[in-house]
Design a binder for this molecule. Sequence first.
Ligand code: UDP
Length: 482
Amino acid sequence: MDISKPHAALLSSPGMGHLIPVVELGKRLVTHHNFTVTIFAVTSPMSPAESHVIQSSMSPKLFDIVQLPQVDISGLVDANAAVVTQLAVMMREARPTIRSAISAWNPRPTVLIVDLFGTESLPIADELDMPKYVYVASNAWFLALTIHVPFLDKVVEGEYVDLIDPLRLPGCKSVRPEDVVDPMLDRTNQQYFEYVRMGSEIAVSDGVLLNTWADLQPTTVAALRDEDLLGRFIKSPVYPIGPLTRTVSNLKGDLFDWLDKQPKESVIYMSFGSGGTLSYEQTIEIAWGLEMSQQRFIWVVRPPTIGAADSAFFAAGNASGDDDLLNYLPDGFLTRTENVGLVVPMWAPQVEVLRHPSVGGFVSHCGWNSSLESITNGVAMIAWPLYAEQRMNATLLTEELGVAVRPKVLPSKKVVGRQEIEKMVRTIMEDKEGYAIRARVKEIKHSAEKALSMGGSSFNALSELANQVEVRMKRQKEKVEA
Ligand code: UDP
């Protein structure tokens, strides 16, 4: 290993939506910025999809991935605790292991980059005399709210969801009370305290990396950098370095054979991320809506749940037999739609599907990775937010960026009826409005490519961070030699 190069330790928390962007950041640092990278991944029990991401990022081998032992939190939090609480506690409990893994790694990493759930590990960097950064693998508006929430916590009385007026964020779009992130829904819940804590910890890092690009959110990025606006709440510089999305492999199989036979941009893909689940009632309405729309589709179906909308979070990619589907799809649905669509149980190779030329629309839960994967493949969306920061993402995608339509009711609260589903699918796939949205998403796709290419804003932002790390490394070396 070349010890003159900066060596980044990247810390990833459990969950596909967390691991994937960290792995992609690792690849980018190695291939474009001459870093050595070691990823320290706290993984969740039972996630075959996480293991798959880890394995597939090993060829070609660009870096080491150290899988830290799973943390048993059963004695510390209620099994029904919110996903945010469970993740926060797992990452807290993993700290001794994280510390010893990083300090024992030879040669010792020179910079620590943690994800949002890893901010409690930032003091490890201080102990080991490393610069410390946070990679918020989401967008600038989400960061704006997150760093502002410790302040809101002091000045806002009562529940945020009961407010009449939107929450004002200095210099950027306000957040409607019904759009606040899940941890802000109940101020007495542990996940709220964890979120407020993360908001203050981010703000004292040496810098924050964002999976967005300056041209996508110019006003919000400017407000984050302006000391009279949001910059008051975050002293650390902000680096929009995205969109970093998973690179694809060339997959074969029935799904792709079928896609190959469909006309260009004629298929709508529907999936609710790694954790999303729907109620039985909603699953039935979707099935009818799809059928009535008479459009070609690929639908990633999970068994319905009466629990939280993110209840598949810790079981992403678990297989389920086709037989189960018959228990919760309308009678005869699979036979009637045999030539029109495919139902995929549990998990699909999403990026490969979205990249396929036959795909023209995406019904998405608006997880930020999914949103970026849609945009970078020029696919228009139906925004169907369920949990986490997805309601904000849906608002951003529809109202600011114009790349999506969304249901009238919030799908995390009410059932969206079959007629509305049919109408939205038709709008995206065959209406004039849909064509305009498709044209817009393709423009944004080009702006993303520009940002990432050499000399583009995201390329330059990551170069700037790399330079800072190198300067600090040189200074430390001189200090040791003096
Ligand atoms: N994903 C996938 N197949 C699926 C569902 C999800 O490959 O059937 C991937 C998707 O491409 C994305 C990630 O899992 O990269 C989900 O991340 P996102 O931020 O969209 O949502 P989260 O799962 O964190 O809610």
